[in-house]
Write a protein that binds this ligand. Structure first.
Ligand code: ATP
Length: 360
């Protein structure tokens, strides 16, 4: 029986609540198949020790099958350049482990009311694939601040970087049933090719990759226009591939159409490693009060199971992923336990128990 070692980093704020919740649910779904190894990291750890990602944590991440993370970041804990320390935890993991594809599914679950009128369960169901190691965020820590007068950050794109994330998006489209509207497998390239050479390059390389996937339609949308399309015709989308910062922004918008950050799962994967955490931050405003929704982290855990299953040819892990997603959806649909961010009153621990019961 194949078992998997999962490094778990709670981090800061609600990370210490939602990560144990996801561990409980994944343990219920997979039993002895998952071995959890707790590791330190985050802004509070930085304050204590000077390291946001300690060397032993990084070594464990590198040597384990997957990483499950709560969230990191504390208000006021910043580097001298003003940027937040907490974000550096997953940014370092992204770059050091080459996690080039950030997968953010946008799905309207039963029991969740979209702020968009007329959309029911499952009628919004697409995935944003955000390039995760280049683009504008590649300049983090490397921008120039000239005597406090002139500041620059450079947008970086490489052929290799764009090609591999585009290929990832097309391969993902092949494994999906197509867009909700018409069943067409489709990859939408989100850019500003009309304004900047970098984005024109991004589009051109995506078009080249598309030639290898004649069964998947290629579509194009400018980053500003797609914010309107995602509100007006979300069922048209199947897989969207975008540069790092654009992907970051449109995935929060997409999350807003299906219930918000508390339900938005996220997977950051490369060819050999995977990091799984909800799309939200450490939410210091509600931390330590048992108010956070663990749903985003639990659904990210389901993405982890699916990724492990695909990577290791293990159908039982893929089946466990589906069971976790179904358990979450059945709890939300019954309406007895609804987290506060979705209009209910269930605490983090109540949600966890309800989902574990649904699984059992
Ligand atoms: P970051 O930049 O680190 O992603 P952020 O500044 O976008 O973080 P979050 O920490 O994600 O901010 O919080 C944004 C808002 O969403 C806060 O009001 C927070 O309480 C709420 N929120 C985030 N995650 C959850 C959750 N799991 N459950 C309930 N509310 C949440």
């Amino acid at each position: 029986m194949q078992t998997y070692q999962i490094v778990t980093i709670d981090g800061d704020g609600i990370g210490a609540e939602v990560n144990p919740s996801a561990i409980a649910v994944l343990g219920e779904a997979c039993g002895e198949r998952l071995r959890f190894l707790a590791a330190d990291g985050g802004a509070a750890h930085y304050v204590k020790t000077g390291a946001v990602l300690p060397a032993d944590t990084f070594a464990a991440c590198r040597e384990s099958h997957a990483i499950l993370h709560g969230a990191a970041g504390l208000p006021g804990v910043t580097y001298p350049d003003g940027t937040e320390v907490g974000n550096d935890l997953h940014l370092q993991l992204r770059f050091k482990l080459d996690l080039y594809a950030n997968v953010r599914p946008i799905r309207l679950y039963a029991g969740v009311t979209s702020p968009l009128t007329g959309w029911g369960a499952g009628s919004i169901d697409y995935v944003i694939v955000r390039e995760n190691t280049e683009g504008l965020y590649a300049s983090r820590g490397a921008g120039v601040n000239l005597r406090g007068e002139v500041v620059t950050d450079t947008l970086v794109m490489t052929r290799k970087g764009v090609e591999r994330v585009a290929r990832f998006a097309f391969n993902l489209a092949r494994r999906r049933p197509g867009a909700r509207r018409d069943g067409q497998r489709r990859v939408t390239v989100c850019d500003k090719a009309n304004i900047l050479r970098s984005y024109a390059f991004f589009r051109a390389v995506c078009n080249e990759v598309a030639a290898d996937f004649p069964d998947v339609e290629i579509d194009h949308a400018y980053a500003d226009a797609i914010t309107v399309h995602l509100l007006k015709k979300p069922d048209f989308y199947d897989v969207i591939v975008a540069e790092n910062m654009f992907g970051d922004i449109i995935s929060d918008l997409g999350a807003g159409t299906v219930g918000g950050l508390g339900i938005a799962a996220s997977a950051e994967v490369g060819d050999t490693h995977g990091l799984f955490q909800g799309a939200h931050g450490s939410a210091p405003d509600i931390a330590g009060q048992n108010l956070a929704s663990p749903v985003a982290t639990i659904l990210s855990g389901a993405l982890m199971l699916r990724w492990l299953g695909e990577r290791h040819g293990d159908a039982t892990m893929e089946a466990a992923a589906r069971r976790v997603e179904t358990a979450v959806e059945s709890v939300l649909a019954r309406g007895e336990h609804v987290p506060r961010d979705l209009g209910g009153a269930a605490t983090c621990t109540e949600m966890t128990s309800a989902i574990c019961r649904a699984l059992a």
